[in-house]
Design a protein around this ligand. Structure first.
Ligand SMILES: [Zn+2]
Length: 190
């Protein structure tokens, strides 16, 4: 486990520092750029993303969701557990897929109250830079692997609803939440 030089309390703030963009917003569909240098600005963005994620009951957040098209993601798959590791990944890349496909339910802070099954590889190796700018790599499985892939998709302008196979049920759920199926795009081929 890499210790991140960033300690953000796992608490809900009444006014989170950043606001989250939702389905239909163009920023979610734009390609994000690599972070050239990991610096104070990167660390501040990561901190505010974590505070916003905790405040909104999320377990992962990608920079485009807060209107910044940069390759930065934050993840904490167990926010209730103070000791659970927090992942801040700068310029993350999936190096290897090391297991079969698995079905799991997903949601997204940018598409609130919509949940659906998505098929993804069960285990991945991801490389990234930490907040000191040091290269890291981890092999992730289970929920962590799923969240990493979900957040990486955001950096490509891809949303989990693009990968949902049951379009009929999805259309109903989206309509119920006042979203439009027109904002769903065909998923890229893996
Ligand atoms: Zn998401």
């Amino acid at each position: 486990m890499s210790l991140q030089p960033l300690a953000v309390p796992k608490e809900k703030l009444k006014t989170p520092p950043l606001s989250i963009h939702t389905l239909g917003d163009r920023v979610l569909r734009s390609l994000s750029k690599n972070v050239a240098t990991v610096n104070q600005e990167t660390r501040l963005l990561a901190r505010e993303m974590l505070q916003t994620m905790y405040s909104c009951d999320g377990i992962g957040l990608a920079a485009p969701q807060v209107g910044v098209n940069k390759r930065l993601i934050v993840i904490d798959i167990d926010p209730e557990e103070a000791a659970n590791p927090v992942w801040v990944m700068v310029n993350p890349v999936i190096k290897r897929v090391v297991a079969d496909l698995e079905v799991g339910q997903e949601g997204c802070l940018s598409i609130p109250n919509v949940f659906a099954d998505v098929v993804r590889p069960a285990r991945v190796v991801v490389s990234f830079r930490d907040l000191s700018g040091k290269p890291q790599a981890i092999e992730a499985s289970g929920l962590l692997a799923r969240v990493i892939q979900h957040e990486l998709d955001h950096l490509e302008g891809v949303l989990f609803v693009d990968r949902v196979e049951n379009q009929l049920a999805l259309a109903q759920d989206l309509t119920k939440q006042k979203f439009s199926l027109r904002d769903v795009q065909p998923a890229p081929v893996r």
